[in-house]
Design a protein around this ligand. Structure first.
Ligand code: CU
Length: 282
């Protein structure tokens, strides 16, 4: 116990000296990731690339990821890289990718790049995901690749299904990541499986939303709004009204530009849930 008292002055001096040192850029730059959790570092001979998330792991569903590249020779962060990524799942009978955004520099941050990946399935002991990062710095191309562990989500936050138009879709819940008792902004990503490696965003559809509490007479809530397409952010946006904490089933319907329902059913007295849904518990 006594060691604490001996260490305290040393610690204090360290804190004072580091706070007063305005010429330490490394100190300020590290603040850029202070609210994030580092979940993986992928290295090659020249760089180490850290991957950060708000959650403690990669999870099945939508993952908002932040990247930072360190030059191994100088220990400095690389601020001018252009990055692309390719997540691949190696299954016993096939290899496939998943929906993903581009990677772009985070506005207002010197060292950070971000984007999202939607893992439509978790890994398992025999079938796992790997992530390849291709990046260019001052005209030179680099690549780094490693396996990543993608954990199963305990609630349904992503759905893979075939519509009545025979197209294979992936629908992923993005927000709210922290649901509250209020009218929440809800966002979702909708993608079509063009082939095993390409999952483009589906534009201009609508997603009908009917949240229910199955444990309480399947009651709904007022002031919900169906999700419509935002062409700037390339995501679907609506309003999700949660009137109390607990388990909610977000019944959904996928509606194309012609107004045809491609997947999901309306909730009625006879039909208590849709075959297309997300789950939220808080
Ligand atoms: Cu798979």
């Amino acid at each position: 116990m006594k060691t604490i008292y001996y260490l305290f002055p040393v610690l204090l001096i360290f804190l004072i000296s580091s706070c007063s040192d305005d010429n330490s850029p490394g100190e300020d730059l590290d603040k850029e990731v202070e609210d994030l959790i580092r979940i993986k570092t992928i290295s090659n001979d020249t760089h180490s690339i850290e991957i950060f998330s708000a959650k403690a792991n990669f999870f099945q569903g939508y993952n908002n990821l932040t990247l930072r590249i360190t030059d191994k020779a100088t220990d400095a962060y690389v601020t001018n890289a252009s990055i692309s990524w390719m997540p691949v799942m190696n299954m016993t009978d096939k290899t496939h990718s998943c929906p993903k955004s581009e990677v772009s520099k985070v506005f207002g941050k010197k060292t950070l790049y971000s984007g999202y990946v939607v893992f439509q399935m978790p890994g398992n002991p025999n079938e796992g995901w790997d992530l390849t990062l291709n990046y260019t710095i001052d005209g030179t191309s680099y690549t780094a690749k490693d396996g990543i562990q993608v954990l199963m989500s305990d609630k349904r936050v992503v759905s893979v299904f075939t519509g009545t138009d025979e197209v294979r879709y992936i629908l992923a819940l993005m927000e709210p990541s922290i649901p509250e008792v209020k009218v929440n902004d809800i966002t979702a990503g909708l993608f079509k499986m063009q082939d095993m490696m390409n999952f483009p965003v589906v534009e201009n559809f609508k997603i009908g939303l009917d949240p229910r509490m199955p444990s309480m007479g399947n009651h709904s809530s007022p002031a919900n709004e169906d999700l419509s397409y935002n062409s700037v952010d390339k995501i679907y946006e609506g309003k999700l009204s949660l009137t109390m904490t607990g388990y909610w089933m977000l019944n959904l319907q996928l509606i194309n530009e012609a107004g045809e329902v491609l997947k999901g059913e309306e909730v009625t007295e006879e039909n208590e849930s849709s075959s297309l849904y997300f789950e939220i518990e808080f």
